[in-house]
Design a protein around this ligand. Structure first.
Ligand code: AN0
Ligand code: CP
Length: 344
């Protein structure tokens, strides 16, 4: 594997899940693989989980790790070609990338969407420059449109928490719900979650029951207010239900996230908040909605704003998976780095 951006980069999901569970049982199984190899993690944006879990994953594989916070200590980088650099940016990505690449064997990139220019963001302009000019394997640690390490960790978490007593003839119902937030946020997390769940729903029997009986498929539903339609390239044929309560009925997993306008049905409002969040606080995930689920588990990638996205009671309930979900980031990153080491 030379790049990691989309679900297809990982190949067969059943194999990837098995590999994740194998690594979870023995995280240091492949500690010899990364000897004398260096991972460089480049952050253009803040991070807690990605920063720590990806470093830990590299250490599990015996790699050396260098972390660069571009906006704290490095020269400010210009990312667009053709700009007259008379502003506050001292260096261009076109020099910085090959220089960074000369010190490492694999590069992870966190570079959020600017949310101003849809075409620029959705072309993955920054990520693709790293791929083109580094000559090294590059993996996404949340780029402009995707967060695949998160989605892979989410899939592992769902696979681990399918209720053993479930009706095996029924698919597992997974619901992605929009929830309010005071700031404009990227679509990367919901894009990847949708992309990975749609791919998972195409695999028969992906989720084996813990008792080892026949596995179960996934039914995936997305709910959000009108105007927040995600890009069809990620959503595919997933069902969209605008009535949140209806979407939640019988759900086994609720995955909450805020995102700004993706600009699909509202092209001039790309990256914007469409309506004052005060009017949409009934979308906050609370016990009212969880009550109509099938004893549903609650998920969120974190960081989460309590009582905006989800109430204290729901996130603190025994059905909340936010901590094991975050812990699985170490596992997804170990699988991805391992595959890069093996195949690059
Ligand atoms: C980021 C986002 O919504 O993309 C990172 C999530 C992992 N969240 C915030 O900026 C709060
Ligand atoms: N979920 C996630 O990627 O968290 P960080 O932004 O803290 O890395």
């Amino acid at each position: 594997m030379k790049t990691f951006l989309n679900v297809q980069d990982l190949g067969d999901l059943r194999t990837a899940l098995d590999e994740a569970l194998e690594i979870k049982k023995d995280r240091f199984k492949y500690v010899e693989l990364g000897k004398n190899k260096t991972a460089l993690l480049v952050f253009f944006n803040n991070s807690l989980r990605t920063r720590l879990s990806t470093q830990k994953a590299a250490l599990n594989l015996g790699m050396n790790v260098i972390v660069l916070d571009v906006n704290a200590g490095a020269w400010k980088l210009e990312t667009e070609r053709g700009v007259i650099m008379d502003g506050d940016k001292s260096e261009h990505l076109l020099e910085a990338i090959p220089v960074m690449a000369s010190y490492c064997d694999v590069i992870g990139i966190r570079s959020f969407a600017g949310l101003k220019d849809r075409e620029y963001d959705y072309a993955e302009t920054v990520y693709n420059q790293f791929v083109k000019y580094s000559g090294k394997p590059v993996f996404a640690m949340e780029t402009a449109t995707v967060h695949p390490l998160q989605a892979f960790a989410d899939l592992i978490t769902i696979a681990e928490h399918v209720a053993p007593e479930g009706d095996a003839s029924r698919p597992i119902k997974v619901v992605l719900t929009w929830a309010p937030h005071p700031k404009s946020l990227p679509q990367a997390v919901p894009n990847s979650f949708a992309e990975w769940m749609v791919a998972a729903s195409k695999c028969d029997n992906l989720l084996s029951s813990p008792s080892g009986e026949a596995g179960r498929g996934i039914e995936f539903v997305i709910t959000h207010p009108k105007g927040y339609e995600l890009d069809p390239k990620f959503v595919g044929d997933a069902k969209v239900e605008y009535d949140q309560m209806k979407a939640f009925e019988g759900a086994d997993f609720i995955y909450a996230k805020n995102w700004s306008c993706p600009g699909v049905t509202e092209p001039d409002k790309y990256g914007q908040i469409l309506e004052d969040y005060h009017n949409l606080l009934d979308w906050t995930v609370s016990e009212r909605q969880m009550a109509v689920t099938n004893n549903g588990k609650f998920m969120h990638c974190l960081p989460v704003r309590r009582n905006m996205i989800v109430t204290d009671d729901v996130i603190e309930s025994e059905n909340s998976l936010v901590i094991p979900e975050a812990a699985n980031r170490e596992i997804s990153a170990t699988v991805v780095l391992k595959r890069i080491l093996v195949n690059s």
